[in-house]
Ligand binder design. Structure first.
Ligand SMILES: [Cu+2]
Length: 124
């Protein structure tokens, strides 16, 4: 009797967990399905790539991945954006409708590292 109840509870908990995981995986994709996605990786002061071409006049997403052992901070004065990324963390920012041109950014937690640049290019 008690074992029976236990089994049923475990089974329903597993179902809830699987459903929640499925939704969590689907929702971010749905929310930004049309936006192009670019990735910048941080690694204890190194940013890759150091030059990233993005489309002007459209919304896009930049995925920020910190593979380093120390926190990083994406910071751009011309873009007026900053975001802290803990070690081992992946997050993203959305950027909307840039004018064509160059937008520098840096890792504010590693100020000695060379800055990097976002280049907004008019779509052909
Ligand atoms: Cu900062």
């Amino acid at each position: 009797m008690a074992t029976d109840l236990g089994d049923r509870q475990i089974r329903s908990r597993r179902l809830v967990a699987a459903t929640a995981l499925g939704l969590a995986m689907m929702l971010p994709g749905l929310a930004l399905a049309d936006d192009p996605v670019f990735t910048i990786t941080f690694n204890d002061g190194e940013m890759t790539p150091s030059r990233l071409e993005v489309p002007s006049d459209s919304r896009f997403e930049i995925r920020l991945i910190n593979e380093g052992k120390t926190p990083a901070e994406f910071e751009s004065i011309p873009l007026r954006k900053e975001k802290v990324i803990g070690p081992g963390v992946e997050t993203f920012i959305v950027i909307k409708y840039l004018d064509p041109g160059e937008y520098s950014f840096f890792d504010d937690f590693h100020p000695d590292a060379p800055p990097a640049i976002l280049v907004a290019v008019e779509p052909q």
